[in-house]
Design a protein around this ligand. Structure first.
Ligand SMILES: Nc1nc2c(ncn2[C@@H]2O[C@H](COP(=O)(O)OP(=O)(O)OP(=O)(O)O)[C@@H](O)[C@H]2O)c(=O)[nH]1
Ligand SMILES: [Mg+2]
Length: 662
């Protein structure tokens, strides 16, 4: 670009500028280049703005020189943009230095002290960790029960019991809940299983009961645990035709551990192969003795499908509830647990919350795990807008700035500032990949994971983490709820990752970007198909072991051709078999020394195998063959070649990979 210059009274001679700023000509030229000023051949003057750019550069240099070696106080967690401010450097410098150290960050990411210190040191600063502790009082389920215990008994009022429905996969939990609230959600579930906890309230004889559904598949173990931790009562669904199965036991164990009363619903009694007696016997074996056998466990026979026995079940649930004092203080700031969360395209983060105690109002400032915000909308389980939510109500709330995790405790705080501060303190800081990673010879499976809800996301993450053997390094660059976006593609490209989407879409432009950048994007609607694909990727990354097998012997009858690199010989298979690409060991007996053992002369690889001038894949004992052998060691008539097959085997896997030795 040509800069038009007008004569100006601010123009000054370059020689004067050099004198004033005490610079050499070379140094000035360097600075001008740095600040983007082009000097034409023979140019003698600089204008006002050019001179001030040079001055600015020099001032900055001086300031940096003073800062360098200065000790900077850093907190235990610092946001990238705050680090830039502290170090008085452009954010780009910080990001680039982070990247150099293996951390792909953006300006809103938090860094732990160690990482921030490394970056600062690399940029010339000394650091100390600031002693002020960040407030990290994350409310956990345990702390929550401590709070409940301390609540004033005089203020307690009855609340609806919370009933969690648990049991083995396909035993009819969701159908039972549907029958209870006469709706139907089973049909819409991908893969036919419950993908996230769902929660509803039902009325029976003027009393309200809160129900929480849980999935029965083994990979949703954590959801069952969470379900149990939320419950006052567990309804254990056992299909009469199938009896007690692994997740029946596991659900019973969680309930017993939490000290929760269990009501057993023996379901599917309408089925011709229903065997109620067997189910009861199996239940007795896991410490659930039916009352009629002298035990303490209430068992109700139902058919969720035929809508039979449901009233009786509800009756038993209410009776069981009456034995406990199920109460809460309606007048305190609300505390609840997030049971599911998702990102809605129009509404932003939506969290389903079960209120435990207190009343949540529209307008409350809240924090849930790492998310904070102001409650803008509360909806009941019908989707109806309500102004407040009282204990035991499952509700969805809108107004959080981030998506909380299922299991996070939602708490009402005094002020917005407090909410933001608490949430920030809990955000997990980014860690620098440890130096030892540089010497890590394992192959990496890098992935970006996108799912439709936090529940599926957690299930997927846990499934994948559990699948990866120690021989492969797993790097989940991002795991998030929502549509696959450009930023996902760019993250995946930077980290050489595969993008996995679970029941999400990819924005059209982002797919184009992915195609252009050759980033694989794989979308699945069924968890098992996704995990199957991941399994294949893991297998491809397992280290290779070379297994050598002695498969045969060839007696050399004639050497047709011999160069330093290649030999063509004729021979007879004396033992076993011969295959192309097999390795050979050349052995020779000293004819003069009778009975002496054969000596190893050298090695080679059979690159071609022929019989009667035709290529052959396998020669057997007695076959007369021609072989082209690569190798420097000389072969003589009368030598014996030991034939070795080398097979590459993936560690941690018994199936052989490509047999040919590279
Ligand atoms: N015959 C009969 N079939 C039933 C009954 N209850 C449920 N089923 C069927 O059993 C299958 C599984 O039912 P779901 O309600 O999805 O089972 P679930 O326990 O929620 O399964 P997960 O959520 O995957 O653990 C469906 O095909 C239902 O129609 C019943 O009482 N009788
Ligand atoms: Mg279900």
């Amino acid at each position: 670009m040509i800069k038009r210059r007008f004569p100006s009274k601010n123009n000054r001679k370059i020689v004067e500028v050099l004198q004033e700023l005490k610079l050499s000509e070379g140094k000035l030229m360097f600075i001008l280049k740095e600040v983007g000023v082009r000097i034409a051949e023979g140019q003698k003057n600089l204008d006002h703005s050019e001179i001030s750019r040079v001055r600015g550069y020099l001032n900055e240099q001086e300031r940096r020189a003073q800062l360098k070696g200065k000790t900077i106080d850093l907190p235990s967690i610092v946001r990238v943009q705050d680090l830039a401010i502290k170090l008085e450097l452009p954010i780009g410098n910080i990001l680039a230095t982070l990247l150099k150290n293996g951390v792909l960050a953006n300006l809103n990411d938090d860094l732990d002290y160690d990482t921030a210190a490394i970056i600062a040191q690399e940029l010339g600063y000394k650091t100390t960790e600031s002693v002020e502790e960040l407030e990290k009082d994350v409310l956990t389920a345990e702390k929550l029960s401590e709070i409940f215990k301390k609540e004033d008994p005089a203020k307690q009022k009855p609340r609806p019991p919370v009933v969690t429905i648990m049991g083995h996969v396909d035993h009819g939990k969701t159908t039972l809940l549907d029958t209870i609230r006469s709706a139907n959600v089973v049909a819409g579930e991908a893969g036919g299983i419950t993908q996230a906890i769902s929660s509803y309230q039902a009325d029976h004889k003027g009393r309200t009961v809160t129900f929480i559904d849980t999935p029965g598949h083994e990979i949703f173990d954590f959801m069952r645990q969470r379900g149990a931790s939320l419950a006052d009562i567990v309804v254990l669904v056992v299909a009469a035709d199938d009896g007690v199965r692994p997740q029946t036991k596991d659900a019973a164990a969680y309930a017993q551990k939490e000290g929760l009363p269990i009501v057993v619903a023996i379901n599917k009694v309408d089925k011709p192969d229903a065997n109620i007696e067997r189910a009861k016997k199996q239940l007795s074996e896991i410490d659930l003795q039916p009352e009629e056998w002298g035990g303490k466990t209430v068992m109700v026979e139902v058919s969720a499908l035929k809508k039979e026995g449901i009233d009786n079940l509800l009756e038993m649930i209410l009776l069981t509830a009456d034995l406990k004092h199920i109460q809460a203080d309606y007048d305190r700031p609300a505390l609840g647990t997030v049971i599911e969360s998702k990102l809605d395209k129009n509404l932003g983060p939506v969290a389903t919350v079960l209120v435990h105690t207190g009343t949540l109002f529209v307008g409350n400032d809240v924090v849930a795990g790492k998310a904070s915000g102001k409650v803008r909308i509360i909806k009941d389980f019908h989707g109806k807008h309500i102004k407040k939510a009282s204990p035991s109500m499952p509700i969805s709330i809108i107004g959080l700035k981030d998506i909380p995790q299922a299991g996070d405790i939602l708490q009402v705080v005094e002020t917005r500032g407090e909410a933001v501060f608490k949430a920030a303190a809990r955000r997990a800081p980014l860690k620098r990949m440890s130096k030892s990673d540089d010497h890590d010879e394992r192959k990496t499976l890098a992935i970006v994971l996108k799912a439709d809800s936090k529940g599926s996301l957690e299930a997927l993450e846990q499934t994948i983490v559990a699948m990866v053997p120690p021989e492969v390094r797993l790097s989940i660059l991002r795991a998030d709820v929502g549509t696959i976006s450009d930023s996902d593609v760019l993250t995946a490209r930077a980290g050489g990752a595969i993008i996995y989407g679970f029941t999400v879409n990819v924005a059209g432009m982002s797919q184009k970007l992915a195609d252009k950048e050759k980033v694989p994007v794989r979308i699945f609607n069924i968890i098992y198909q996704l995990s199957e694909d991941v399994r294949k990727e893991i297998e491809d990354r397992l280290p290779i072991d070379i297994v050598t097998e002695d498969i045969g012997r060839v007696k050399v009858l004639k050497v047709f051709f011999s160069t330093p690199k290649k030999k063509i010989i004729g021979g007879e298979v004396a033992e076993g078999i011969v295959e192309p690409m097999a390795k050979i060991i050349i052995k020779r007996k000293d004819k003069k020394k009778k009975d002496s053992a054969a000596e190893v002369i050298g090695t080679g690889v059979i690159v071609e195998l022929q019989k009667e001038k035709r290529p052959l894949q396998k020669a057997e004992i007695g076959d007369q063959v021609g072989m082209t052998i690569e190798g420097k060691d000389k072969i003589k008539e009368g030598d014996v070649l030991e034939i070795l097959r080398e097979t590459k085997v993936r560690k941690g896997n018994s199936t052989a990979a490509n047999a040919s030795a590279a």
